[in-house]
Design a protein around this ligand. Structure first.
Ligand SMILES: Nc1ncnc2c1ncn2[C@@H]1O[C@H](COP(=O)(O)OP(=O)(O)O)[C@@H](O)[C@H]1O
Ligand SMILES: [Mg+2]
Length: 357
């Protein structure tokens, strides 16, 4: 270089350099990270919020021109960086409360109870989501008539499917119908992490999680991975079902998830034509069990064939049957969960995943 340029001189001329449509110069906006003068060359590092080749071209041209006016033979290198790529604030994902619905055994009505409790809570004014984590038998999409839908990505987040004013996410959306998948521990962990962190649940007051039945690896690791407010257990009244609830309750205790209470499903059957009340199983078994175990009893739901029929048809029973005995039972039970529900605005950002497996 004929003249010895100084950093100050260069910074002075950069005060006239402005990105197209910018409100101030790159100096005023603190976009000049570094100016370096080596023998015959000048290096200028610029930090930009957004990627725009137009902005970069324009700035490079202006900077080279401004420095050339100071010293025509200076070799100028302009580098751009986008630091905010690494510092992007995580989008919010506030969920007021996350309640798992678990059972010892399969087939006791866990998914049917999840769906109808969700509708009852939604009718009470809560914003409700259902996360179907029953990786071995995800039936929530069928029960809500959305089995053929595929979740979309928006702004880097998986969008839940909307059904009956509920936000829904399920392992079933990612598996072809009728195709079994062998889930290994790390896969389950990764899937559940994504279901909680990468799905856009923001603004959900209560998220009901349909857990896989039993106390095997899958329900255990799920209970550890999801930051649960508590768990509700579903059982049929007979002893066979209760033995497994006992095991399920021990599992929740082991991972320090509070058990909010137990529901007796398919408690009894009221004949629609003659009103005869038939106690097919062992009505009252769950309440008795809860007393013995010091657990809260949440109530019973009778057998109503329309629950099964509407489940298969993809419409929640409670949508049209609020005044039936089973309908009233779902509403009563949902009210008993009210003390455990916080609104999304009541919580800070979702707690980090509790335990890494
Ligand atoms: N109270 C009930 N009355 C009649 N049918 C019911 C009742 N609860 C559940 N069902 C039906 O029983 C079957 C098993 O219930 P489901 O919710 O799939 O069980 P799980 O999720 O525990 O495996 C389903 O066909 C469901 O519609
Ligand atoms: Mg189920």
């Amino acid at each position: 270089m004929k003249e010895n340029l100084t950093v100050e001189q260069i910074r002075e001329v950069l005060k006239n350099v402005k990105a197209p449509a910018a409100r101030a110069s790159i100096i005023e906006l603190n976009q000049v990270v570094k100016v370096e003068v080596r023998e015959s060359s000048v290096v200028v590092d610029i930090s930009l919020k957004e990627h725009s080749s137009l902005v970069e071209k324009s700035l490079k041209f202006q900077i080279e021109k401004a420095i050339a006016e100071l010293s025509s033979d200076a070799q100028v290198a302009v580098n751009f960086s986008h630091p905010q790529e690494h510092e992007t604030a995580k989008p919010q994902n506030r969920i007021g409360s996350i309640i798992a619905v678990g059972s010892g055994k399969g087939g006791v009505g866990k998914s049917a109870v999840t769906v109808n409790l969700a509708v009852a809570l939604q009718r009470a004014g809560h914003r409700v989501g259902i996360l179907d984590c029953d990786i071995y038998g995800p039936s929530i999409p069928t029960m809500l008539g959305v089995a053929d839908q595929k979740p979309m990505m928006l702004n880097g987040r998986i969008q839940p499917i909307q059904a009956f004013d509920l936000k829904v996410m399920s392992a079933g959306f990612f598996v072809e119908p009728g195709q079994g998948l062998i889930w290994r521990g790390p896969m389950i962990h990764k899937l559940i992490q994504q279901f909680i962190q990468d799905v856009d649940w923001d603004g959900t007051d209560v998220l009901l999680v349909d857990l896989p039945p039993g106390t095997g690896d899958a329900p255990l690791s799920l209970s550890q991975t999801i930051p649960l407010t508590g768990a509700v257990m579903v059982s049929m009244p007979q002893k066979i079902s209760l033995i497994d609830v006992h095991k399920g309750a021990s599992m929740f205790n082991q991972v320090k998830v509070p058990i909010l209470g137990v529901i007796e499903n398919m408690s009894h059957y009221v004949c629609p034509s003659c009103s005869h009340d038939e106690e097919i199983f062992d009505r009252g078994g769950v309440e008795k069990f809860c007393k013995e175990q010091g657990l809260a009893y949440l109530g019973d739901i009778p057998i109503d064939s329309r629950i099964r029929k509407l489940s298969d048809e993809g419409r929640p029973y409670l949508q049209d049957n609020l005044d039936s005995p089973a309908g009233k039972a779902f509403v009563t039970i949902s009210k008993r969960l009210a003390p455990f529900i916080r609104t999304a605005e009541d919580v800070e950002e979702l707690d980090a995943i509790k335990v890494s497996i």
